[in-house]
Design a protein around this ligand. Structure first.
Ligand code: GRF
Length: 205
């Protein structure tokens, strides 16, 4: 399975997937890293591992359909079969979602459908979790559809919320489980063990 990872930031999830591939845990290859930010740490990680890194931003194009076309051409050139969003802060054009239906996943730092949707990214998520008073949070891997944080949920893992947590301490605890469950979900895809029916997705053990 040829994977493209899309990342806008530091890239720790990208790195956890890479490690799982390099150790043989996931039978797949990351052929491409796409970033909308030329300064993203994920680009450095890609270079260090000899993975082509491409900077594509909507701003480089006259309109949305040119942008979508450029993304699709790039994905075709690298024979990409599967896309993993790992801290990618831009919306994926609908044309790309259509072309890669049920083959795009995302990791979200909360238990969807709670604490998701537009504006719910990074520290905003953990601030909202703390403000709500919930006692558990966690991470979610889900399929990507046309709406933010909305597609079928594939895998989740919880962590406790403590009374003395700050957004940073909570983010750190959640990030650890992100690094556990994202490789597991991608491994299941690579091994053909993911079933999707309507709005339900699950992993066959
Ligand atoms: C993670 O918390 C992920 O859940 C969210 O963005 C963050 C990315 O972190 N979608 P990193 O760039 O993978 O370190």
């Amino acid at each position: 399975m040829n994977i493209a990872v899309f990342a806008s930031g530091r890239g720790s999830n990208f790195e956890s997937i890479l490690k799982a591939i390099e150790s043989g845990f996931i039978p797949a290859q990351i052929r491409l890293l796409v970033s909308n930010k030329s300064s993203a740490g994920a680009i450095e990680i890609a270079r260090a591992h000899g993975i082509p890194a491409i900077h594509i931003s909507q701003k480089m194009f006259q309109n949305d359909s040119e942008y979508a076309r450029a993304l699709l051409d790039t994905l075709n050139n690298y024979r990409i079969e599967f896309i993993a969003l790992a801290g990618y802060l831009k919306k994926i054009p609908d044309e790309v979602i259509k072309q890669y239906k049920n083959r795009i996943v995302n990791i979200h730092p909360a238990l969807l459908p709670a604490f998701g949707g537009p504006g719910m990214y990074g520290h905003h998520v953990h601030e909202a979790v703390l403000a709500s008073g919930v006692k558990v949070t966690g991470a979610t891997v889900h399929l990507v559809d046309e709406q933010y944080d909305h597609g079928p949920i594939l895998l989740q893992k919880t962590v406790p919320v403590y009374t003395n947590d700050t957004p940073d301490t909570l983010a750190e605890r959640v990030l650890k489980v992100e690094h556990e469950i994202y490789p597991l979900a991608i491994k299941a895809f690579a091994e053909g063990r993911v079933k999707i029916e309507g709005n339900k997705a699950w992993i066959v053990i």
